[in-house]
Design a protein around this ligand. Sequence first.
Ligand code: NG1
Ligand code: ZN
Length: 559
Amino acid sequence: MNETQRSIFIESSARFPPPQGVKLSYGTSGFRADASILQSTVFRVGILAALRSLKTQSVIGVMITASHNQVSDNGVKIADPSGGMLTMEWEPYCDALANAPDSQHFVQSLDEFVKKENIPLEGSQSAEVMLGRDTRPSGESLLEAAKQGIESVVRAVATDMGVLTTPQLHWMVRARNKGMKASELDYFDQLSSSFRCLMDLIPQESVMKEMNDNLIVDGANGVGGEKLEIFKKMLNGLDIEIRNSGKGGVLNEGVGADYVQKEKVVPCNFGPADVGIRCASLDGDADRLVYFSVLSNSNNKIDLVDGDKILSLFAVFIKEQLSILNNHKDEKVNKYYQARLGVVQTAYANGASTDYLKHLGLEVVFTPTGVKYLHEKAAEYDIGIYFEANGHGTILFSDNFLCWLEGRNNELSSTSKGSEEHKATLRLLVISKLINQAVGDALSGLLLVEVTLRHMGWSIHRWNELYHDLPSRQLKVKVLDRTALITANTETVVVTPPGIQEAINAEIAKYHRGRCFIRPSGTEDVIRVYAEATTQEAADNLAKSVAQLVDQFLGFGSS
Ligand code: NG1
Ligand code: ZN
């Protein structure tokens, strides 16, 4: 890099000294920590994002959020040109740059990195980074730090998109790079018109079967609730009541998708009066969605309808559309497309959901935890549906298949408009516009759930009856060094430390349909334990005894 650029970097990074004695790592969801120590990290990520923009000659996104974490935390992650997560190849650079101890070391690493990646820092190309943040109070000053990072790269521009859900920012980055309109209004327009189109395609016989129209949404006191309040006005025909939209309660405190999914109880401001009504919960940055219904006389317990069940609902709907196309298949060239439908889950998927999906005849594959892995796998199919049990997921359509659908739709519009085949073709096309193609998106997911339930004529109860979850338990264990745990086979088997997997197997063997695995969290300094069995008591006991093993092998008393 030339001397001017070097001295700008030295001078600007000296204004953002890193916290001492803290090692940060770009995990499955970027950097996350207590907001008070993140200024320098976010500033440096700003620089990195601008360099990514130079390298890819595309618009890059930076989102400031800590999702479902407590309000005092914050975080930062980069969105690549496709709108997806930053390429994994750059993650080690993020770590190295974030952890450089002072501005001299930082600029030295930066220099090496620019050379190694061949980044045209001295050419004439410009760079652009779109910035978004959630509603955390620390977001404003962190966004300013990111902006200063970006603008310390010569010819780089930061575009502040303001307070957004994480998926909105990813959607905008994708849209911009495709040369499409990319404002918040464009996002709302695309979602609401696709929703209306799918509503118009609902078969007459489904209307009002078992369905109750009311829906109550828990906004986690975050950006999702706030946006849904605005969006709702564009969604005539959908009756939504929004609670916990942020005007009073604390972000993620006793509310939100993570709380509801992990604790299996109602969020704040829900209770016995809501029995029988369909309820949904968003997380703090609105990229996760779960549904639930309040059980009567049950101490705030709920029937949880998690990401696995959302996935199953979508899989049923899409499979139905594909079979309509297959029934009308015309072997003549171009009239038929053998679309590959695939479902992607992680080891956290409830075993009953996997059995159900396989019984439907679907191809089910597993990846390690973390959206980047699921997304990448789902992109291998013509239609790839992925969801984590916690409610993060989406449906991806391949360009080839979309192109075929477009052509077929045009053809059918003139030859057999309104036929079953035409409707199925149109539904698939419109689903691809409704559901976020960049990342999991609670708002677009919610609209697709709502329209699918109406299409099926199903109540939340009927939906929940697709299969019965096996009882499960998740625990976390604090250990000396979580990186000492290494797993294989999509995180289902421990390789290191030796001996612990055998001990876990011996515990599992004590339970009918027992399943249990451990893995280091990518977002918290803990080891997570997941256990499943045929009764809640058995799942609890299995999780507890394996947590004890973790403590024995890796805990503070182990060394
Ligand atoms: P970690 O902390 O690595 O388990 C959690 C979730 C992931 C994913 C990320 C990103 C569980 C068990 N894990 O990761 O699925 O959503 O956060 O937010 O829910
Ligand atoms: Zn989130």
